[in-house]
Design a protein around this ligand. Structure first.
Ligand code: EPZ
Length: 430
């Protein structure tokens, strides 16, 4: 298993290109199941999760090709061509869905197009219980009959297919919004989703569905009004920049000090996170080709933050923020309101010398003068990258184990940081 070795204490200076958003690329790829025509996606990041989903989609009968070869230095991601002329298999097996939670989102589109689907209950990062009740109640509202059989969701559409309905989510769920939105695109008549997730990745999928011929009102708001179509067309769509990768590098620069341009990043995708970062004393400027983050000399100021659905502070940046706060000049408080078990990084940060107390959903972080390098590991993607940030700050050497978590969601992480002066290298276990 590969490891990443970091020798901390260096400032970051230079340019980091921001990749296409993983969490938009995945549902956009799944949208290809809705049409027999070709869906072309540009700026797809080269990540383990993307490759795994491509395999899952091929299993359903999606032809997938990647256009040409790109220069390794550019942040322009890959161009995918996806064509689901026929869906040859309506079952998404346990072996695949258990490895990536987002693959559960094939349920809505396969059900809508084929009238039936059998999809394993999901797995994914160990960050909480992560039920799927909202996905299922949303699809039931569109007329689906749903049974759970031997770990599988078995869904059937009524005769004549799914029909538009009003779906009111009692809680904001990104995945349930994707699943119901994708199904509603092919349901008869109008579907209104209330309390829809407003995450920019949901908006990106909705915009792509519009290009595929679906009329959608309210994109970016919490009420989506969707006019389903029985036949969707192909389209060409560019995946939006990854706001979580942007925030991760922004927090890294704030932690080490330095001056980095996050090329291709958009402030509108992470205003709350950038506002929090500004409170810690970092300087943030929007430039023509991205966002510049600077912190020179001054220390990190402590803050109090609570994670919330978009436009609030994202749970996917909570661990990275905590890494930054470990060396703040005072006490910070971070409350996690989205997932009940998303603090696995706490004990690993403690191994580096961080002073963090956990009480239920709240972490109190007392800033220390120095972190000291150590071997660490994490069990989810964002927790792993928080350890990389802490390693960049710590004196001496930190090795981050289980790098496959990072490869799921960060494209060429060590190369991007290395080019900005970080002493970071991947140790292959052969
Ligand atoms: C998406 O997960 C993201 N994944 C997650 O990013 C992100 O942390 C999360 O949204 C929140 O922003 C992708 O986009 C691929 P939810 P998702 O449904 O859709 C509860 C990463 O690191 N809930 O919005 O699975 C749930 O338990 C990943 O890239 C129900 O109760 O998250 C949680 O408490 C990790 N019933 C809350 O809602 C349901 O049916 C929000 O979850 C569904 C969810």
């Amino acid at each position: 298993m590969d490891r990443i070795k970091i020798t901390g204490g260096r400032k970051l200076e230079g340019i980091i290109p921001i990749s296409g958003a993983k969490n938009a690329a995945l549902p956009l790829m799944i949208a290809s199941l809705l049409t027999a025509d070709r869906l072309t996606l540009k700026n797809v990041p080269n990540l383990a999760d993307v490759a795994l989903l491509a395999r899952i989609l091929r299993n359903h009968g999606v032809d997938h090709s990647i256009e040409g070869k790109r220069a390794s230095t550019t942040h322009l991601g890959e161009t995918f061509h996806l064509t689901a002329r026929d869906i040859v298999d309506t079952t998404a097996p346990y072996e695949m869905v258990s490895r990536m939670r987002a693959s559960f989102w094939v349920l809505g589109p396969i059900l809508a197009r084929m009238g039936k689907a059998r999809v394993s209950l999901p797995g994914g990062c160990a960050i909480g219980t992560r039920p799927v009740d909202l996905h299922l109640s949303g699809l039931k509202a569109l007329g689906a009959e749903i049974d759970i059989d031997a770990g599988y969701v078995v869904a059937k559409a009524p005769r004549g297919g799914l029909r538009g309905a009003r779906v009111v989510f009692p809680k904001v769920s990104v995945g349930a919004t994707h699943n119901v939105l994708l199904a509603a695109a092919m349901a008869r008549g109008e579907t209104v989703i209330e309390n829809a997730a407003r995450e920019p990745e949901v908006g990106d999928v909705a915009s792509c569905l519009v290009k595929m011929g679906v009329a959608i009102e309210g994109i970016g708001s919490s009420t989506l009004r969707i006019q389903g179509r029985d036949r969707l067309e192909g389209a060409v769509h560019t995946v939006l920049p990854d706001r979580i990768e942007t925030g991760t590098f922004a927090f890294a620069v704030a932690a080490t000090g330095g001056d980095v341009l996050l090329e291709g990043a958009r402030t509108s995708l992470l205003e709350t996170a950038l506002a929090a970062l500004a409170q810690t004393g970092a300087e943030i400027t929007e430039e023509r080709d991205g966002i510049r983050i600077r912190r020179n000399g001054s220390g990190v100021d402590p803050i109090t933050v609570e994670t919330q659905p978009f436009p609030g502070f994202p749970t996917d940046l909570q661990a990275q923020l905590m890494a930054l706060m470990t060396t703040a000049r005072g006490t910070s408080v971070i409350r996690e309101t989205i997932f009940e078990n998303r603090f696995m990084h706490v004990q690993e940060l403690a191994r580096l010398g961080a002073d963090i107390q956990l009480h239920g959903d709240t972490a109190t972080i007392r800033g220390v003068k120095h972190l000291r390098g150590a071997p660490v590991m994490a069990t989810d993607l964002r927790a792993s990258v928080s350890l990389v940030i802490a390693g960049l700050v710590a004196d001496g050497e930190t090795t981050v184990n289980r790098v496959y978590h990072l490869d799921r969601g960060f494209e060429r992480l060590e190369e991007k940081l290395g080019r900005c002066g970080a002493a970071i290298e991947r140790l292959s276990s052969g």
